[in-house]
Design a binder for this molecule. Structure first.
Ligand SMILES: [Ca+2]
Ligand SMILES: [Ca+2]
Ligand SMILES: [Ca+2]
Length: 255
């Protein structure tokens, strides 16, 4: 008798549950938890004028047959610094990879490389961010620090006129670059000025340095000495302080 009651109760319970299930008309629940990955693209040289691009690939391991998969992203670096959006993979899609493109406009400025990241966050409930939920890359600066001294050899005559040479930067700095200029034999020639400064505005305008010969009453023959042109390491942009100094070879002829 007891078993029969239990059986009837069980059948009723099954019937009620089945009926209530078939009456549900909300969203079909997802039973997947798709992994979402982002890659680390190889760094890209920034170029000089046009935009260069880094393309990040965001991949889901599988599509959800019934619901879309979405994830938000935030960009750091490049022209899109501080922006972001949402990537949506439609239900049952065959497209498992989408892209986020970050660009940078090239220039002729000597600067540090620009790091670029794309951070993934807030995935939909049917998806799971893998350990590397951040993609990293960089725009590599292709502008090399340098300067040009012209000419690097000249001749003066005791009691004669002054001679000049010029110094100019090859590429723009982001802050001051200071050169110290010194005669290594002030009994034969002196320099003016003894330091010059380039900045973001005047980097490509040559600055003139004057060498004034020193006269003496000694029959000392022609004397050669270098005038040194070197970056002042404590006053200059860090990307320029490794540049080696230049010797301007000066010969002061005896009169
Ligand atoms: Ca460049
Ligand atoms: Ca640059
Ligand atoms: Ca002399």
């Amino acid at each position: 008798m007891m078993n029969r009651v239990n059986l009837i109760l069980s059948i009723c319970t099954f019937f009620v549950l089945t009926t209530s299930c078939s009456k549900e008309d909300g969203p079909i629940p997802s039973n997947i938890n798709a992994d979402i990955n982002i890659n680390n693209p190889i760094p890209v040289a920034e170029g000089d004028a046009e935009d260069q691009s880094i393309i990040f690939l965001i991949t889901i391991a599988e599509a959800d047959p019934n619901n879309s998969i979405s994830v938000e992203y935030a960009i750091s670096g490049g022209n899109q610094n501080g922006t972001g959006g949402t990537l949506t993979f439609p239900a049952n899609t065959n497209t498992l990879t989408q892209t986020v493109t970050v660009t940078k406009t090239g220039n002729n400025i000597v600067e540090e490389d620009v790091p670029v990241t794309v951070l993934l966050f807030n995935p939909s409930s049917n998806a799971n961010l893998k350990n590397n939920n951040i993609g990293t890359s960089s725009f590599v600066d292709d502008d090399e620090a340098g300067y040009t001294v012209t000419p690097q050899s000249l001749t003066t005559i005791e009691g004669g006129s002054a001679k000049t040479f010029t110094v100019v930067l090859d590429k723009a700095p982001t802050s001051d670059v200071v050169f110290d200029i010194a005669s290594t034999d002030t009994s034969e020639g002196t320099v003016s000025p003894d330091n010059i400064t380039f900045n973001t505005g005047n980097f490509d305008t040559p600055i003139t340095v004057t060498i004034t010969p020193v006269n003496d009453a000694i029959n000392d023959g022609d004397i050669s000495y270098p005038v040194t042109v070197g970056v002042n390491t404590s006053l200059s942009n860090a990307l320029f302080i490794g540049l080696s100094s230049t010797n301007v070879s000066v010969t002061n002829q005896n009169n």
